[in-house]
Design a protein around this ligand. Sequence first.
Ligand code: ADP
Ligand code: ZN
Length: 536
Amino acid sequence: MTGTLADPGWSQAEDALHVLFKFDAFQPGQEDVLRAVFAGEDVLAVMPTGSGKSLCYQLPAMIRPGLTLVVSPLIALMRDQVLQLARRGIEAEALHSLNSAQENAWIMSRVRTGKVKLLYVAPERIALPQVQDTLRAAGTRFVAVDEAHCISSWGHDFRPDYLDLNSAMRALGSPQVLALTASADGPTRADIVRQLFERRPQVIVRSFDRPNLRLNFALKRRALQQVTRFVGKHRGETGLVYAATRRRTEMIASLLRARGHHALAYHAGLDEAARSAAQDAFLNRDGSVIVGTIAFGLGIDRPDVRFVCHADMPGSVEAYYQEIGRAGRDGKPADTLTLHGPEDALLRLSQIARHDRDPDHQSVETARFNTFQALCTSDACRNVAMLAALGEAAEPCGQCDNCRMGWPRRALGALARALPVSLTRFWTGGGYGLPDPEPTEAPWLLPQAAIPVPAPVKLSVAQLERLNGLRTARRARAQTLRVAPSALWPEDVLLQLAQAAQLDTPTVSALTACLPRAESEALAAALASLRHKDHG
Ligand code: ADP
Ligand code: ZN
């Protein structure tokens, strides 16, 4: 039926859904996008992963005349879709750098003679003059730009090649454009509209709300215990645990195995056999728990995942959303727990400072992390706060940890924020609202819910000297690492070290156990040099 309809409209779209795709109905969002596309409009569609974005360009491509171009940065995805379309008898091809020159030339000749309905192209190919000539000659009328957030340098997946798309569109005679993305906050969205489109597009945003997910956050105290308790509540159910490092995934997996769970680690450092064993178990064995780095989960789809746990903090609301989003795809209730705390914040911020040389990018990444941290420490409904961060308004969910805790905790939190900083100075507990006696330039330190007021701290002169020595060492190190002093070595840790009667190795390592290893070592070294001074 391809190419035979002069001007197919909306009425044919529904038939095509049944006949070509064998689906009963459109998913939420698909219908809005398709109506706009069939009305000839340019569209920016912001829809969550799994909401069926590809159908929004495949269906029009199949029933409208002419060639449809799909720009995608993911070669694996292109190949996958070409195969799927071939199974439905649709002529689709993909132009990318993993094809041989002959293969690409052969594809181009088929495009030129009108044999191809859907052509997937890697972004860098579309800038080539000979490719543009062929596409123009073939009558390209519709271009879908997948992963459209790649055009924005604010986005986490910025691809410079995407910046050439706008001029490529003009070279092709300004065809209709449908841009698609699953992750576009306000600034990214504005960037896409500005950089990609010549006409003002219709922006269609499908809700990111996942009402069957129960969002819970907890301050990280004893992470391993907290994780095993949470997983224990879901014994026999299939779930995911995310951890920051390879070592931690293995540690948590073996701990869970020791408690009788069928748990397997997954990370990029494992050999092929171990990784596919984990994937197999996850897909086929009920009640398996995969403990993975964020490498796990991409492209792996199991509808009845009942829980997701973050043993360590994700780096942004988008990442958090993606990861918890792997639970409850069947629409039934699913539980989540995300641990957060100052050590994670420190780690993340020093990673950004170390690995990201571009200062603009650094500040964007820091801002992203701050937004996520604000979600962790918020006392509002988690769902409302999360959706607000994703640019959407919502009503309180009634089931997240904050909604269930209700007003007493919220009132305490408000009280804590209303009190002067000096009063809350020693309200300790390792929260990252910990006010610092030193001036701090760190905007990421956010207020935390109230903790009962402890008795005032009295220090001897020697203890005070030790405390000040540690603070000086902390300030120097914080400057080198470009993080806030209080995020580096929490004030209460310094206080406990200052008050400790004995400073033997076991005591010091117990008192600094909450810190990342590099920090506990640096702190121990600072302490040793202070004592050296004392005695010398
Ligand atoms: P996205 O690109 O938004 O992540 P996909 O296009 O990969 O999503 O689609 C996700 C899944 O939903 C696919 O398995 C697809 O076949 C299925 N799907 C798409 N549209 C429909 C529909 N109208 N009814 C049922 N399933 C659909
Ligand atoms: Zn809520």
